[in-house]
Design a protein around this ligand. Sequence first.
Ligand code: NAY
Length: 293
Amino acid sequence: TKELAGMYAALMTGLSDAGEFDPQRQRNINDYVLRQGLAGLYVGGSSGESGLLTVDELLAQQEVVFAGAASTGTRLIAHVGMPNLRDSIRLARQAQKLGYHALSALPPHSYPFSDEEVFGYYQALAAATELPLIVYEIPLRTGRPLPLDLLVRLLDLGNVVGIKYTSTDLFKYSLLRKRQPQKLFYYGFDEIYAAAGMLGTDGGIGTTYNLLGRLYVAVDQAIRAGDLERAKTLQMVSQDFVEVLLETGVLPGMKAAFRVIGVDCGPTRAPMAPAVADAEDRMRAVLARPAVK
Ligand code: NAY
């Protein structure tokens, strides 16, 4: 499973001006991201606005992305975490049929589920296909951190090969890694990837990799080479970028940045909207900084 290691863009979604899933705009995004030198794409995740899309749209997106990326050698992880298990399994089965390399899923997140419900969800999803499954820790989306012992049990499930860890609790991260040293650990906060990298990662998955993929590949390489000064310098470039994104709203700002560089990707889906009126100007300014280019 170590062939799944590396840096992945949490792929964004192309929408029409009216907010419909737009296959051509999806291809525009894919074409740009595929040139970043990343290990792969994480398709249909939070960064793909999956919480705002229908299952049919996500099924269509899986097809469009696979058609464009299959021949490039890029690893493809399908995110299939939906509010209900049946839709998750439907997405997972199509991903397997198409030829995706792995699956990942948010924990059940539309109600405050118990640890046993979360466990049961991953158990059923992992058994629904033969694909490797990457579980997901992201208290920001689910409203609660999963306890360490539950994460340990989830990583013991058949077909579960790793975790996408998007939490700032790096001590829990280290304890989990110590308990499950054979598993793949992807860190999910772009702006502090180097901090997790210092403790040991197998890769990263992030939104801003769509635009700055090369930067994150370089951060990761610097850490692996033991060049912490360089890793820190590069990480600061990412932090300057994310600082502006948090002003505009992460996904609206990313889409504004794409428009600025000429990638026609459309808006975010309502109710997600830019937090400021001048998102494109702010992104233009940050993209013009020499270090970011
Ligand atoms: C996904 O598609 O599931 C993700 O992109 C998760 C990783 C992102 N975290 C969230 C909460 O969306 O890339 C990060 C994040 O956007 C970035 O670090 C900026 O804070």
